[in-house]
Design a protein around this ligand. Structure first.
Ligand code: ADP
Ligand code: MG
Ligand code: ZN
Length: 414
């Protein structure tokens, strides 16, 4: 299932990495549990049910309070080549009948419905004859009188599970304080579901970006000044991984290489050593890290820029899982960005996909070049608003604001 969910993420949606919070929700559903997920707006809640829907097979029912939301989602899925249907009052009877046919035949993988339509006797009966694997309740705060947009039609949704006992259920919302969460858990799940609240911040990781110059030397100096610490160094290519590893080893550092060009046995041995022994520095490509749970990684160093902020967040998240201070440092140079842009241009994929990847790269550049708090910039990308953190390079050492006009005058001798 691990491979399957990543394959779906990549093939159906074109993403390489899950965003913070998504994987936990997906894993719990795939393990057969019901879930309440509270994640900020823009965090990517839709994929939390769309990916499991495709991995589980059968039909997923998505309850959404607004026709406009359903239409957006279905249009988006169809663009991604995922068969989805919506049945609602803004469509003609004929259109709704045609949609139902594609649902009943098994062609459609997701069906979007308003709560009142799902909860009709006829609909529940018809659905009970189909292999419904998942019920997703979007904007689940509507179930709670405590929430800001109570919808009476949401109250009875808990009964959908009785009618469709084979289905898992997931409820998603961006806005639910503790009282609202408890209320949702009671009303939809009789109190029995895993609740995940994703705040994305990892305040113990200090975040810095430094200009990339003689990166081999910079990495060596960085590691030498942190003797005995476990760390991960990401490099963009196998060749650079091997070069960096050799250089660190020559300096007496317990450095190990990890990339997809090595045999499986060597890779497994490197990973084993990294997990078991203290003070090992793993030099790796993106191939390393998935599912690695080592609590005392003290630094994650990016020798080259990652491809997106999603990848960056995942990678730095491997530091400081024990909650103790840890560091994330990225060496950033425009040459890397040019290389990454070229990768995107040269890749053989649809124009929209290229445009999307280019936008994600732009977001990374924005993060590297920001003069605002690094962490706040990163969290904002995932939809979370926060104050300046006090634990990033910008907060600790604010860039001087250069008065461009004065400088230009001086330069031009005016
Ligand atoms: P929410 O419902 O939490 O507000 P959405 O599900 O609408 O968020 O997703 C917000 C945006 O994030 C969408 O454009 C979506 O394509 C994008 N997104 C979601 N998951 C990922 C991911 N793993 N990698 C990159 N982008 C993602
Ligand atoms: Mg949403
Ligand atoms: Zn900061």
């Amino acid at each position: 299932l691990e491979d399957e969910k990543r394959r779906v993420l990549k093939q159906a949606f074109g993403f390489d990495e899950f965003r913070p919070g998504q994987e936990r929700v997906i894993d719990a559903l795939l393990a057969g549990r019901d879930v309440l997920a509270v994640m900020p707006t823009g965090a990517g809640k839709s994929l939390c049910y769309q990916v499991p829907a495709l991995v589980m097979g059968g039909l997923a029912i998505v309850v959404s309070p607004l026709i406009a939301l359903m239409q957006d989602q279905v249009a988006g899925l169809l663009l991604d080549g995922v068969q989805a249907e919506a049945i609602h009052s803004a469509k003609s009877r004929e259109e709704n009948v045609a949609s139902w046919r594609r649902v009943a035949s098994g062609e459609a993988k997701l069906l979007y419905l308003a709560p009142e339509r799902l909860m009709t006797e006829r609909m529940l009966q018809a659905l009970s004859r189909l292999p419904v694997s998942l019920i997703a309740i979007d904007e689940a705060h509507c179930v709670s009188q405590w929430g800001h947009s109570f919808r009476a039609e949401y109250l009875s949704l808990g009964k959908a599970r009785e009618a469709l006992p084979g289905a898992r259920m997931v409820a998603l919302t961006a806005t639910a304080d503790q009282t609202t969460q408890d209320d949702i858990l009671q009303k939809l799940f009789d109190g029995r579901a895993d609740a995940f609240v994703a705040g994305f911040d990892r305040p113990n990781i200090s975040i810095s970006v430094a200009e990339k110059r003689d990166v081999g030397q910079a990495i060596e100096a960085y590691v030498a000044s942190r003797p005995g610490m476990s760390g991960v160094i990401y490099r963009i290519s196998r060749k650079k991984v091997d070069e960096t590893t050799a250089r660190l080893q020559a300096r007496g550092v317990k450095a190990l290489a990890y990339h997809a060009g090595m045999d499986a046995a060597d890779r497994a041995a490197a990973q084993e050593t990294f997990l078991a022994e203290p003070g090992v520095v793993m030099v790796a490509t993106v191939a390393f890290g998935m599912g690695i749970d080592k609590s005392d990684v003290r630094f994650v160093l990016h020798g080259d820029a990652p491809g997106s902020l999603e990848a960056y967040y995942q990678e730095i998240g491997r530091a400081g899982r024990d909650g103790e201070p840890a560091e994330a440092l990225m060496f950033y140079g425009l040459e890397d960005i040019r290389t990454r842009r070229r990768f995107i241009d040269e890749q053989d994929s649809a124009p929209e996909r290229k445009r999307m990847e280019a936008q994600r790269l732009d977001a990374l550049v924005g993060f590297c070049e920001t003069t605002a708090c690094r962490r706040a910039t990163l969290l904002a990308y995932f939809g979370e608003t926060s104050k300046p953190c006090g634990n990033c390079d910008v907060c600790l050492d604010p860039p001087e604001v250069v008065d461009g006009t004065t400088e230009a005058r001086l330069l031009l001798g005016l």
